[in-house]
Structure formats: structure tokens, C-alpha cells
Ligand binder design. Structure first.
Ligand SMILES: Cc1cc2nc3c(=O)[nH]c(=O)nc-3n(C[C@H](O)[C@H](O)[C@H](O)COP(=O)(O)OP(=O)(O)OC[C@H]3O[C@@H](n4cnc5c(N)ncnc54)[C@H](O)[C@@H]3O)c2cc1C
Ligand code: FES
Length: 258
């Protein structure tokens, strides 16, 4: 893990307050693994406001080009600042951070559950291998938020969509959709990232089908390196820091509040 000044190579407004960044950051890209994240300092010059860096998952890791790609939603001051950067801007980064996903090449059939802006880290794990047969369940509030669908379609033709408003795929959520399609022989592993209620429902469904998997969790973070205990979550072996023991956890370890 290190601090690196990256160069913003490209920024694209994907609509619905969603943005895509390509950042040249050779050293972090060289070490980064799918499921890990970086912290981005969302202030510049003498300004330290906001003081704390903001965590973002890695959507793509292009080691040969030394590039990282992020996808984020504008929700507050840090992400608003980031969305206004221009090509050629410098970005102070810290990473790669946390524990990533188990290598998908250990499995033959994998399920991916992506909820809204939880999609980015799952794309990087799916890109690891073209040999793994995976099925994507991708849900969002509406069609416009199902971004990079065309890139997913280049990787698999097994894609099932659900939206809250029914504008794409089935109306409802991806867990209801998956429960009507899957059985215990459908896969030997799964990866999931998205809102907590979705992760809880995915974990329950997969436990019923006896399919093991991993969940990528999000918590508000401060230091991002295990020092402040600001990001703890409950696990079966006590409290764990999402920034260091996670953000990826074995699903059976995660304890959700009822
Ligand atoms: C490991 C990890 C990976 C992440 N990856 C991504 C990603 O790939 N794309 C993306 O868009 N976002 C991601 N996030 C969330 C992102 O870090 C926050 O949206 C961002 O820090 C908000 O900063 P802000 O200054 O814009 O918002 P603030 O002004 O700090 O907060 C605005 C609102 O957002 C809420 N919020 C802030 N941080 C979080 C959080 N971590 N989880 C839930 N709600 C939050 C606040 O409660 C508040 O309501 C990730 C978070 C973590 C912990
Ligand atoms: S953010 Fe400080 S311990 Fe995790």
C-alpha cells in the first residue's frame, strides 16, 4: 500500500449522477487485485477540505497500461469534487487497500450479484478469467443506472436484470429473480456487492442452496488502513475492520443486524 499521485486520463459522465474515471497510477495498478479499493483525496492544493480521503472499489485494473478505473455516484462533497475534475488533473491516491476476492479460476461456475453502485468491484473479478462460466444478476433503481451493461454482455450471455421501476428486466429485485431461477446445482461459488438488505437476502438464498460465496461490504471510512476502528462490522469471530479484514468477507462470516 502506498500514496501515489495519479493522472486523470479520462472522465465520463454516465448520467444519473454516475461517473467513470480512468486514472494512470502505475504503482498501485501493479499491485492491485479485484475486490480491493483505493482512497482518493478529494481536495487539492492547500485545501484539506474534506480532510478524509474517500474509498472507491476498483472497476478495472489494467496492469499493462498502469491504469485503474473507478465508477462512482455523486452523493456528497467528496464525490461532487471528484466529478468536476478534468483530464490531466492530478489525484492523490492511497492503495491498494483491503482484502480482495478469491480468484474465480478456483471455480467453474460462478454467480455474480451486483446491486446498483456495488457493481464496480464485481466487474474486475469477472475480468480475471474468460474460462470461468459466470451468470450475472444485476439490479438497480432504473434502466439508466444499469451502466456498462454492454461490457458485461461481452463477457457473458447469462445476464438477468431487475429494476425497481421495471424499466429494464424484471420489476423487483435480483434476489427474487434469482430465487425463481437457481437451484443448488447452479454454481459452485458466488460474489456479491450492493446495498446491505440485498447482501443479506443474497446470503440467505445462497445458504439455502448451499452455495458458498463472498460479500463485499461498505462502511463509512476514515483512515482506510486499520488504525481508527471507524469501519468495524460484526462477524462470527467478533468485530472486524472492513478496510483491512475486508471489504471482502466469506459470506458465512458476516453477521447482519436483524
Ligand atoms: C470499500 C468501499 C468501496 C466503495 N466503492 C465505491 C464505488 O466503487 N463507487 C461509489 O460510488 N461509491 C463507493 N463507495 C462509497 C463511497 O466511498 C462514498 O459514496 C463516498 O465516500 C461519499 O463521499 P462524499 O464526500 O461524496 O459524501 P459525504 O458528504 O461524506 O456523504 C454523503 C452521503 O453519503 C453517505 N455515505 C458516505 N460514505 C458512505 C459509505 N461508505 N457507504 C454508504 N453511505 C455513505 C453519507 O451517509 C451521506 O448520507 C465505497 C465505499 C467503501 C467503504
Ligand atoms: S477506516 Fe480506520 S480502521 Fe477502517
Amino acid at each position: 500500500m502506498q500514496i501515489e499521485t495519479g493522472e486523470l486520463i479520462n472522465i465520463t459522465d454516465k448520467g444519473n449522477n454516475l461517473f467513470h474515471l480512468i486514472i494512470k497510477a502505475d504503482k498501485i495498478a501493479d499491485k492491485a487485485l479485484p475486490g480491493q479499493f483505493i482512497q482518493v483525496y478529494c481536495s487539492e492544493g492547500e485545501s484539506y477540505d474534506p480532510l478524509l480521503p474517500r474509498p472507491f472499489s476498483l472497476f478495472r485494473i489494467e496492469k499493462e497500461k498502469g491504469c485503474l478505473e473507478l465508477v462512482f455516484r455523486v452523493v456528497g462533497r467528496g464525490t461532487s469534487w471528484l466529478s468536476k475534475r478534468h483530464t490531466g488533473s492530478s489525484l492523490k491516491l492511497l492503495g491498494p487497500l483491503g482484502r480482495g476476492f478469491t480468484d474465480p479460476r478456483e471455480f467453474s461456475r460462478v454467480l455474480i450479484f451486483a446491486g446498483g453502485i456495488g457493481m464496480p468491484p464485481l466487474f474486475s473479478v469477472a475480468e480475471v478469467s474468460k474460462e470461468v462460466d459466470f451468470t450475472l444478476f444485476y439490479g438497480a433503481r432504473s434502466q439508466g443506472e444499469l451502466i456498462f451493461l454492454e461490457r458485461w454482455q461481452q463477457m457473458t450471455d447469462q445476464i438477468f436484470l431487475a429494476t425497481d421501476d421495471g424499466s429494464a428486466g424484471q420489476q423487483g429485485n435480483i434476489v427474487e429473480l434469482a430465487s425463481s431461477l437457481l437451484d443448488s446445482g447452479s454454481a459452485d461459488f458466488y460474489y456479491a456487492c450492493g446495498p446491505r438488505p440485498m447482501l443479506k437476502a443474497v446470503k440467505r438464498l445462497m445458504a439455502k442452496l448451499k452455495i458458498p460465496g463472498e460479500l463485499s461490504l461498505e462502511e463509512r471510512m476514515a483512515c482506510g488502513v486499520g488504525a481508527c476502528l471507524g469501519c468495524v462490522c460484526r462477524t462470527t469471530s467478533g468485530y472486524a475492520r472492513v478496510c483491512t479484514e475486508g471489504p471482502v468477507f466469506a459470506a458465512e462470516e458476516v453477521v447482519f443486524n436483524e
